[in-house]
Design a protein around this ligand. Sequence first.
Ligand code: DON
Length: 560
Amino acid sequence: MRLSALRIVLIGFAVAAAGVADAATRAPGKAAIASAHHLATDAGFEVLAQGGNAFDAAVAVTAALAVVESSSSGIGGGGFWLLHRASDGHQVMVDGRETAPMAVDAKAYLDADGKLDRDRSVNGALAAGIPGEPAALAHIAHKYGRLPLKVSLAPAIRLARQGFPLESRLQGMISVRKDVLLRYPASVEIFLRKAEVPALGTLIRQPDLARTLERLAKDGFDGFYRGRTAELLVAGVRKQGGNWSADDLANYRIKERTPLKFHHRGYELVTAPPPSSGGVLLATILNVMEGYDFAAMERADRLHLMVESMRRAYRDRSYILGDPDFVDMPIRLLTSKAYAAGLRSSLRMDRATASSALPEGGVIDGGTDTTHFSIIDADGNMAAVTASVNLPMGSGLIIPGTGVLLNNEMDDFALAANQANSYGLIGTDANAPQGGKRMLSTMSPTFAFGKDRIAVIGTPGGSRIATMVLIGLLEFFEGAQPSAFVAAPRIHHQYLPDAISAEPGAISAEDAATLRARGHVVNEGERAWGNMQSVVWDLRENTLSAGSDPRGVVGKAEVK
Ligand code: DON
């Protein structure tokens, strides 16, 4: 029997409508939070218990992480807050990415030979972009939350004032960056004891940060970007050789961005658009992979296909992507199925394509600095948040009197064309620094909406963020629980350097031999990377589950 076109359309409509209605009319009745620090997860639940929704909880978790995991994110940094509102399905990404100060001068980051001077791009005042996190928190609380900022910031203020015991992860970050922290008296006062890394259990108190958060709680945007905090920040940055002005702070604005959306094998992916490259990378990689029967492949073929897809997507990142307010980018083309088909035409399953053979369009491992957390509340509101100060302890510079540890996100710009940044990423004009411009990111907070299950997912890890989210999603598509897929072994390829990075155990000796025979460089057994935090809503059972990456040690995933 042939179905009429009209009947097919009507059946299709009924199926689609049932899926949407399911998520819109049902509510999980409980909440789930997974974050990189147990005290931050607790702060989120504390605010939910006071009548807050997922967005109030997102404010509370972000602010608590700024205090207890200040090595990774903070109010001296920025991030992306991807939100889904259950009542009307509204989805938005609040872009609180840092911006370059208006007086930015790319030459200031180069040495006498024109080479990128890493000390200037990652340490101290020149490394810091204008923070976006405080503006994002004020905006989210005001527009999407139910509670005033002073309630959702209360747990963070308490943690900053009363202190918390030092745990192994923050202790590790402090020791990695000790030499830089030693340059700045306010950083020494908070993070060192007699110029040494403090012992485990040492109480870390941050009274200046508590007062700065209180001004934010009281006056919102103006409490940080104008008045006392702003004056201290500008004076402190200039004293250390930076070039911020009062206008840079007063003119900072968050941007509400429409999330990037695409479909893959029955799932709708909702993820970060530029100025993050994360969503475009995910779309390109999954679109290329879609041309093959991934599920039926041997492990070595799967790895090869993933790597070849990653290589092509990261090539585009290097040459095309930047801040959408400054650069025109063919995002619809790059994320289209037709473009992916074109990329597949050069892809051979029996041989690696050298990155140098693709037309043009010193690396720090992606670690556990930066932070991601995922929330679903009892009504089905969702938040996927990735926030950062960039490298561990950001620029290392705490501005006296504020407790604010500044980011070193300026290193995410292509400060010198075609010279690798701390993550080995190269870039060109699209990501060149300019006053007021946002530096290109890889942070990839993501929702995956399926007929039966919804995932909220993300991770830190520099250039490797998008490939980690990819691997987490591939496992989720195959039915894995969050506690399992956040722990899945990881591989990565980013076009340049032209090599596969692999965590211990991610590639067997046999598969590594197969990949080498196809022409790949395989770096096995690198140290582990990432700190994925995810929550999943099973629509069939109407249950929630949550997973916190075991690599992160002090994270906490909870449903209650
Ligand atoms: O925005 C970005 O892509 C980077 N600044 C993120 C840094 C990061 O994840 C550090 N973690 N290893």
